[in-house]
Design a protein around this ligand. Sequence first.
Ligand SMILES: [Zn+2]
Ligand SMILES: [Zn+2]
Length: 138
Amino acid sequence: MPQIISGGCRCGQVRYECATEPLAVTLCYCRDCQQFAGGACGNFVVMPVSSVAVTGRIKSYSVQAESDRTISREFCPECGSPLFATTSNLHAVTVASFDDPSPYKPTLAIWLDSAPPWAAAPPDIPQFPRNPPLSSGQ
Ligand SMILES: [Zn+2]
Ligand SMILES: [Zn+2]
């Protein structure tokens, strides 16, 4: 049964709701995610694009991922909170923007090739040097 997940940016200008089963919860250590998140990795819940309803204004920039896909990085133009990373078929939502992030334990860690040496991924989840096979990550 799909759960309703709600969240938004720090200032409240952007709100979203999704009614879906998350496909994965990723820790992505690629440089794009590091720069988007301002930390050692990006932490996202990945879901189908069609399942996310957004209200408020978002701003975005596009990056070409090493996998050759174009990723749109979306954030609140008022407070700067990172919110979404979207491709043509996937919507990755930052776990920190959820109203309640606590249920979303990471299920895989990806792009460890570019992780800082001091940033270890949790040892009990699958880890991949780059994108996993049959990628649902960034
Ligand atoms: Zn905001
Ligand atoms: Zn990434």
